[in-house]
Design a protein. Structure first.
Length: 186
């Protein structure tokens, strides 16, 4: 005890405060570490609940895709700030997707070359063979007067999506998107 008091006399008040702060910091880190198991299980439960919401929206065909990246075939990709979208409600599709690329027919000045579906009723084919992995696929074809676009959607239960567009009259386009659930939109 006598040695301890002598050491304490030599340590300045600032050093004592520093040592106490280090001890308190170490103590708080070890205490927080013991509760991390609970937060991990909460994170797992939250992720599972979120995946269930995405799966429900995907399988009910009630979702909106906000485009985050535009990938024209043979051209540099571009980012998007949610100005482009694709919505599916049952068998009705709405979309306005930019088109950048080659065209196999003459385009007149001012003609809109975007991929546009306005309340278009389509026959949707579904492929849920990879549902166990969290991947769902839909495909449909747009009307001939708008370029007969064949659209393929790859939707994932983590909220991400990939859109592939093919037309015999134009080049191929791809898009990366985020799935917006119906309640997120309203």
């Amino acid at each position: 005890m006598y040695i301890y008091l002598k050491i304490l006399n030599h340590i300045s008040m600032k050093r004592l405060l520093f040592v106490l702060l280090v001890v308190v910091s170490v103590f708080s880190v070890t205490c927080c570490g013991s509760s991390s198991g609970l937060s991990k299980s909460e994170r797992i439960a939250r992720k599972a609940a979120e995946e269930a919401l995405y799966t429900k929206a995907i399988t009910n065909r009630d979702f909106k895709l906000e485009i985050t990246q535009i990938i024209p075939h043979g051209f540099p990709s571009r980012t998007s700030q949610a100005e482009y979208f694709l919505t599916v409600k049952g068998d009705i599709v709405n979309t306005r997707l930019p088109y950048m690329g080659d065209s196999h027919y003459a385009v007149m000045g001012g003609e809109d070359i975007s991929i546009v579906f306005e309340n278009e009723k389509v026959s949707i084919n579904q492929d849920f063979s990879d549902a166990q992995k969290g991947e769902y696929r839909y495909s449909f074809i747009g009307c001939a007067e708008r370029g007969s676009w064949k659209i393929t959607l790859q939707l994932y239960n983590n909220g991400r999506a990939h859109i592939g567009c093919f037309s015999p009259l134009r080049g191929t386009m791809s898009y990366v998107a985020e799935i917006k659930l119906p309640s997120e939109d309203e």
